[in-house]
Design a protein around this ligand. Structure first.
Ligand SMILES: Cc1cc2nc3c(=O)[nH]c(=O)nc-3n(C[C@H](O)[C@H](O)[C@H](O)COP(=O)(O)O)c2cc1C
Length: 370
């Protein structure tokens, strides 16, 4: 019996049925020329399931809306050819015994950080801002908002029709949903803005409610949140648990089944004055919904330090702490990003305690799909 054994048990939430609690975290790879996901990408995801992960959350995929993403090698979740490729990918992952969830994405006003010169349609955002004093995107009209809601619904229905096990909405890291949440980027004076997070959550809650009405009660909807943003790492949507409740309760009421809570280091407390619970711990306490934790699982550097240093070494040190929090009931699922990107067999090796065999994550890892 190891500390991790309790994580190797099945999980079920509506349409989402998993063999264990480990998921691949969503990671953009830019290997989909013309926005069509390739068979090589499907193979790459299938290998993570063969290596032991219960589920893949795909890289962010564009909804059917001009400017939803800002690089032409990010896959779109739309069009006959594009959706046929996604159906093949889902078959590959299912064939290996895993589940697969597309992460539906609209970047709002953010140009692509990795490919800032990539051609893209004009961008849109709540108030023409992506950070403090940083302009990005055209301020959205109510008609734009309604059209984006309709695009999210179309993507969710396509995911359900093609057999994906659930959908995830990318509400984290400073992109469209988060631009509505954050007071800095949402300066609207209509019903989609206001000084209270309970007002700024309205757009996201309307998207979730519209999807729920379309897909029915039994299809799982995952919503990803974060406090941190690419434009400001120490930004806070919720400064305390009370604000977090005003943020998440409307989303839960609209139909979110699972909150995916993106921390950069999963062991850091979300509200240090109120105990050691991380974002996933608080989301579960507040909403009662299952949660996913993420952030530096199995690595010695967090995401942004890694961009500077260029390499993270595998370590199993943090896994005992992760298991302790899981046993306490803080979260139900664990997403693993860079460690799984670097090593398709990460989970099997971890389960066997074969730490010496784990492959490190480095910048070069990003150059190929394997
Ligand atoms: C190369 C790369 C691409 C990423 N792309 C996405 C993305 O498309 N959507 C998203 O929500 N997060 C994205 N992330 C963040 C990861 O999902 C994850 O939250 C982060 O890497 C922390 O987990 P880790 O420490 O296990 O890597 C990306 C991270 C990396 C390293």
């Amino acid at each position: 019996m190891t500390a991790l054994d309790p994580l190797f048990v099945p999980f079920e939430c509506k349409s989402l049925k998993l063999t264990n609690r480990f998921m691949m975290a969503p990671m953009s790879r830019y290997f989909s020329p013309g926005g069509i996901v390739t068979d090589a990408v499907a193979d790459y995801y299938r290998r993570r399931i063969e290596g032991g992960a219960g589920c893949v959350i795909t890289e962010g995929v564009a909804i059917d809306r001009p400017g939803a993403v800002a690089a032409d090698t990010i896959p779109g979740f739309c069009g006959e050819e594009g959706l046929a490729a996604w159906a093949r990918l889902a078959d590959q992952v299912h064939g290996a015994g895993g589940a697969v969830i597309p992460q539906l994405w609209h970047v709002g006003g953010c140009a692509d950080f990795n490919y800032p010169d990539s051609p893209h349609p004009p961008l849109e955002s709540p108030s023409g801002l992506v950070g403090p004093g940083v302009e990005g995107g055209k301020p959205m009209t109510v008609a734009d908002i309604e059209a984006v809601i309709a695009s999210f619904v179309r993507a969710a229905l396509d995911a359900q029709r093609l057999g994906f096990d659930a959908i995830e909405l990318h509400g984290a890291h400073g992109y469209l949903f988060d631009q509505f949440f954050w007071e800095v980027t949402n300066q609207r004076t209509d019903a989609y803005g206001g000084p209270d997070i309970a007002q700024r959550v309205r757009f996201a809650a309307e998207v979730v409610a519209a999807i729920r009405a379309a897909v029915g009660p039994d299809y799982a909807i995952v919503f990803r949140i974060s406090q941190w943003k690419v434009y400001q790492y120490d930004a806070k949507i919720a400064r305390n648990p009370q604000e977090m409740e005003r943020w998440l309760a409307p989303l839960a009421a609209a139909g979110v089944d699972i909150f995916h809570c993106s921390d950069r280091r999963f062991w850091e407390p979300a509200f240090p004055d109120d105990g050691d619970y991380n974002l996933a711990g608080w989301a579960k306490k507040i909403t009662g919904r299952p949660t996913i934790t993420v952030g530096s699982v199995g690595l010695d550097r967090e995401l942004m330090e890694d961009f500077v240093a260029g390499q993270s070494r595998p370590t199993l040190q943090s896994l005992d702490e992760m298991a302790r929090r899981f046993d306490r009931g803080d979260f139900d699922l664990v997403a693993v990003g860079r460690a799984l990107l670097a090593d398709p067999n990460w989970l099997r090796k971890v389960q066997a305690g074969a730490v010496d065999e784990l492959l490190p994550y480095s910048r070069e890892t990003m150059n190929e799909l394997y």
